[in-house]
Design a protein around this ligand. Sequence first.
Ligand code: GLV
Ligand code: MN
Ligand code: MN
Length: 420
Amino acid sequence: MVSAQTDAAGARAIARCDALGVAPYSDSETGLYRAWLSPAHAAAQEQLADWMRHAGMDTRVDAASNLIGRYEGTSTGLPALLIGSHLDSVRDAGRYDGPLGIMLGIECVAALHAAGRRLPFAIEVIAFGDEEGSRFPASMFTSRAVAGTLIEDALEGVADANGISVAEALQDWGLAASTIHQAARAPEEVIAYLEAHIEQGPVLEAEGLALGVVTGIAAQLRFEVSVRGRAGHAGTSPMPLRFDALTAAAECVLAVEAVAREAGSDLVATVGRMQVEPGATNVVPGRVTFSLDVRAGENATRDVGAAEILRRFDAVAAARGVRVEATKVQDLAASPCDTHLIELLAQAVEAQDIAPRRLVSGAGHDAMVMRALCPTAMLFIRCDGGISHNPAERASAADAGVAVAAMLDFIERLGVARGN
Ligand code: GLV
Ligand code: MN
Ligand code: MN
C-alpha cells in the first residue's frame, strides 16, 4: 500500500474514534463513558458492524457480546489471525484507548479487500466489551470468554454500582451468563492475536518514534476493600470515642502509596474509587468501600507489594478499632508476548524506517488474556504526552497510518512464516 493510502486509512481510523466519542456512542452527555452492555455500547457496535461490512467482513456478535468481523482467507473456514481491542472506556475517557486498535484492524482488512488480497489464513477483527472494568469491579470477562478461561462462577455476585449483576446485564442484551462460555474459540481455529493500542505512556514520544513493539504486559491484581467503623453523630461523638471508617480508609490509601513508593521497583498501586456511607455532612462515616489496583512487571514483585499493603491495612484496623476486609476480584498474571511474533512485528516496524523500540506495557490489555488461547503480539502507537484515561488523550492520523502500514506488513510476514 502506498503511503498516501495508509495516511488516508490512519485519518479515517482517528476520525472514527472521534465519531464514537460522543452520544449516542457515549453513555454520558458531558464526556466519553462507554460501559459494557450499555446503550452506548450497543450503538457503537451497530456503527462498527457497518464499517466492518463496508471493509469486506461478515459480522456477528458472540455469546459474550463481542462484535466480530471476519474476512476469509484463500479458502473459506481457514484458521484466523485475530486483531482486536476493546470498545468500552473508563469514565471521562479519551477516544483512542481501545477503539483505535479496532479501527486499525478494520483498515487493514479494508486495504486487503480493496486490493483483492487473500491470505493463507482468515482475519477476524474483534471488538471486545469490557477491558476496562469500569462498570463492574472486575474486567476482561469478554476476552476471557473467547480465550476459554472464563468459568461461569467468575460472574457470580458481580454487580455494578446500581446493583445490576453481570447476568442481568447480559440478559438485557438477549444473552445469558449460562452460555457465555460458547464464545470460546478452539485453539485450532486461531493462529495468533494482534492488538494495536496507543502507548498510554511517554516513551515513544520522548524517543521520537511513532511505533513500538510490546514485549509483555505487567501483572495486575484488583481488590475491593471494605472498612467498617461505626456511624455516629458529627456533633456529639467525641474524637477519642469515634470509629470513623473514612479516616481509617484515608490511612489505608496513604499506606498504598507508601508501599509502592518505598518498593524502589516498578510496583504501582492505586486507589481510584471510593464510596462513603452514609455520606452525610453531619454523620461520622460508618462504612467505606474502595478499589485497589496493584501492578508490576513481575508477578512476584506485585504479590510481595500486595501482601505488604494488606499487612498495613491490618495495622490500621487494629490501631483504629475498625474492620478492614480486602477481597481479591481480579488476578491477571504478567503476560509475555510471543518471541517469534515480536520479531516479525519488529521487522514490520523497521520496514517503515522506524527503529523497533521494544517496551513493556504497564497498562492491561485483552492480549494478556488471549495468551491462554494463542500467541500474542502488540503494537504501540505514540500518543501525545503519554496522556491516557483522560479526555486530553490524542494520537495523530499520521502515526495511525504508519501503524496500518506496519500491521499490513506484519500480516504478509505472518503469511510467509506460515509457508505461503
Ligand atoms: C486498562 O486500561 C488498565 O490497564 O486497567
Ligand atoms: Mn484503558
Ligand atoms: Mn485499553
